[in-house]
Design a protein around this ligand. Structure first.
Ligand SMILES: *[C@@H]1O[C@H](CO)[C@@H](O)[C@H](O)[C@H]1NC(C)=O
Ligand SMILES: *[C@@H]1O[C@H](CO)[C@@H](O)[C@H](O)[C@H]1NC(C)=O
Ligand SMILES: *[C@@H]1O[C@H](CO)[C@@H](O)[C@H](O)[C@H]1NC(C)=O
Ligand SMILES: *[C@@H]1O[C@H](CO)[C@@H](O)[C@H](O)[C@H]1NC(C)=O
Ligand SMILES: *[C@@H]1O[C@H](CO)[C@@H](O)[C@H](O)[C@H]1NC(C)=O
Length: 381
């Protein structure tokens, strides 16, 4: 698909900040040069900082020195450890039971705060599993075969210190719950969950990251609005036909790619004034399904609308820096999508614009493009 017919217009602006400099280049007609595309532009310009899909893992048995004597146990009772697991003497509150073909959950001694059960063949969690381990802060259960039917209903609610719960890559068909209000990260990607009920996330005031990609979610009855600490929501690779109601106020990263979303309501993103990255690639968005001010958010820096069904470039805020629109059906380069007024003070902050894989002629750049898009580094047509 990316052959020699793809062109990159590289807008060369040595000192990209100065208006006078931009005008200088503009007047000299040096501003824009079309160059044959040689190399791929990196897919995203920003690397979101909150992308922590696997749990931190501090214990590496191979690194432990056998020559060093283990510290004297302070209380003999606190050394209790199930024989299937490793409980390193220097980490008295951690228990490692991962990757051992376990089919059941081992007993968790009450001193434990960090338990690792990932990559086993655990299919069930009995109701009393964590009854004695109420200090648990991290539970890693990803990469098992736990189904919702075989998971106790109240196992997590009583863990008042639980901050991270990893249940991704299991066989869950329902949201687990109730969940403790202390929870900060909830990892549920790669399950078979189809609905998020209204009360599923209730009261999770400290929830910062919610990972729900690669499920079958088509219905979200819960509102994210009350989740006042939520920074990241990943709902990509699901079956959503509409965007979730009520975004949270602290949200910075919203991933909705690979769904069937076809509309975005007016000023939808405005309730999240810190929103930086929005990914909506591979949906079924059209210009008709979009309110005219849908993307009028001055905080968004990166907007991925690639592989949708746009025929025109949607209106975006002048503060936007990266816009991905490749793989749509766009047939005109409308500068009013970026700038309603073009003059010395009014211009777009856009740096990267991808329009390849559309129906635009490469000579379709309007004459006022240089002045409006004066910050652009890369425009791919
Ligand atoms: C649970 O904890 C109590 C008190 O810490 C202890 O006496 C009891 O033996 C524990 N239960 C199990 C099954 O280990
Ligand atoms: C869990 O799902 C996998 C993949 O879909 C399947 O192979 C496996 O049999 C399931 N396990 C259980 C216990 O349902
Ligand atoms: C949320 O986090 C704050 C700050 O770390 C903490 O003081 C508070 O107890 C937490 N809330 C809950 C319900 O655990
Ligand atoms: C976009 O939002 C800004 C600030 O909230 C507002 O002033 C402006 O009128 C909006 N743009 C349009 C075209 O409505
Ligand atoms: C153009 O710039 C001026 C001066 O900064 C500002 O007052 C005006 O609102 C801008 N107009 C638009 C449409 O952004």
């Amino acid at each position: 698909m990316f052959n020699t017919m793809h062109w990159v217009a590289i807008l060369i602006l040595a000192g990209i900040c100065g208006v006078s400099q931009a005008q200088y280049y503009y007047e000299d007609e040096l501003w824009m040069q079309y160059l044959l595309r040689q190399a791929r532009v990196p897919s995203y310009n920003y690397v979101p900082y909150y992308e922590d899909e696997s749990p931190p893992y501090y214990y590496a048995p191979g690194e432990m020195s056998v020559a060093e004597p283990a510290p004297e146990p302070v209380q003999p009772v606190s050394r209790q450890c199930p024989q299937e697991c490793d409980c390193p003497p220097n980490l008295p509150s951690a228990m490692y039971c991962d990757g051992r073909n376990l089919r059941y959950l081992p007993f968790v001694p009450s001193r434990m705060k960090y338990v690792y059960f990932q990559n086993n063949q655990i299919t069930s969690i009995q109701e009393a599993a964590f009854d004695n381990a109420t200090n648990l802060e991290w539970i890693a259960l990803h990469g098992n075969q736990i189904s919702s039917e075989k998971m106790g209903k109240k196992i997590f609610a009583k863990l008042k210190n639980l901050e991270r719960l990893y249940l991704n890559n299991n066989n869950l068909t329902k949201m687990p719950g109730p969940l403790p209000r202390s929870l900060r990260e909830l990892h549920l990607a790669y399950n078979q969950i189809s609905k998020i009920p209204a009360n599923a996330l209730e009261g999770l005031e400290n929830l910062t990251a919610l990972y729900l990609s690669h499920n079958y979610i088509y219905e979200i009855a819960a509102s994210f609005k009350g989740l006042k600490s939520l920074i990241l929501v990943d709902l990509s690779y699901n079956h959503l036909r509409k965007v979730p109601d009520g975004l949270p106020i602290a949200l910075e990263q919203l991933y909705l790619d690979y769904n069937y979303i076809n509309t975005i309501p007016d000023e939808y993103f405005k309730v999240s004034p810190k929103l930086l990255y929005v990914r909506l690639a591979h949906n079924t968005l059209t210009n008709e399904g979009l309110a005219s001010n849908a993307f009028n958010s001055s905080s968004i820096l990166e907007l991925d609308l690639s592989y949708n069904r746009f025929q025109k470039i949607p209106r975006v805020s002048t503060q936007l820096e990266n816009l991905y629109l490749q793989g749509n059906q766009i047939n005109e380069f409308s500068i009013s999508s970026f700038c309603t007024v073009v003059d010395v003070m009014n211009f777009s902050r856009l740096q990267v614009l991808r329009l390849d894989g559309n129906e635009i002629q490469r000579n379709a750049m309007p004459p006022d493009a240089p002045l409006c898009l004066r910050r652009a580094n890369v425009i791919e047509i």
